[in-house]
Design a protein around this ligand. Sequence first.
Ligand SMILES: [Zn+2]
Length: 250
Amino acid sequence: MTLSEGYRNNSQIARRVTESWIYNNMFCPRCGCEHIEQFENNKPVADFYCPNCGNQYELKSKNGKFGKKINDGAYDTMIERITGNNNPDFFLMGYSRSEGKVNDIMLVPKHFFVPNIIERRKPLAPTARRSGWVGCNILLDKIPIQGRISIISNGSIENRNSVLRKTQTAQSLKIENVSARGWLMDILHCVNAIDAEEFCLMDMYRFEDILRQKHPDNNNVKPKIRQQLQFLRDKGIIEFLGNGYYSKLK
Ligand SMILES: [Zn+2]
């Protein structure tokens, strides 16, 4: 047996073990249903679904901890799924093979996926079996914290009600339109990047240049910032204190 065959078998075993762990232990963070069901093998879109609310989940698991980037499938397929609004929520599971233990599970709701968190990888070399194939990385640290919901963190299980609450808050930030969603995620990122609980419009305007680079076709960045802040207020993420001052809500 060659090394690559051995490796593929190992990853298949890991896949089976992690999937059955989710099947046996995981509740639906969207609706609180006690268990979720597994799709039959080779479903192209997702791995699990909730029998109560129908929400779909894809599992990405890794021996060890997830870093800032997650290796994923074909770049074009991923972008197509995001822009077509047919990607599932993601469960990111970090486990320890040697300890046989799940240490981390994080939920990333589907609408936190926008094209600029997907990095295009270099095409595979001409000598590779799938020469020219282009994969992608999910840039985890570019997802606002509101979209990274811990279910298990460093081996300890988060309170289920708190997970459901955070998932509901995340759900309230859902926008169908992918370009509008990109703006919202960027503004949320800026708000999160401000250290203080209270901030003012000028603090937000400091991100104007960065935002303009990300959205070169938009000449009205400042009005856009104000519009998105209103959206975040309507969704209960921030509060307006008046006179261009804002406060983050827990
Ligand atoms: Zn559900």
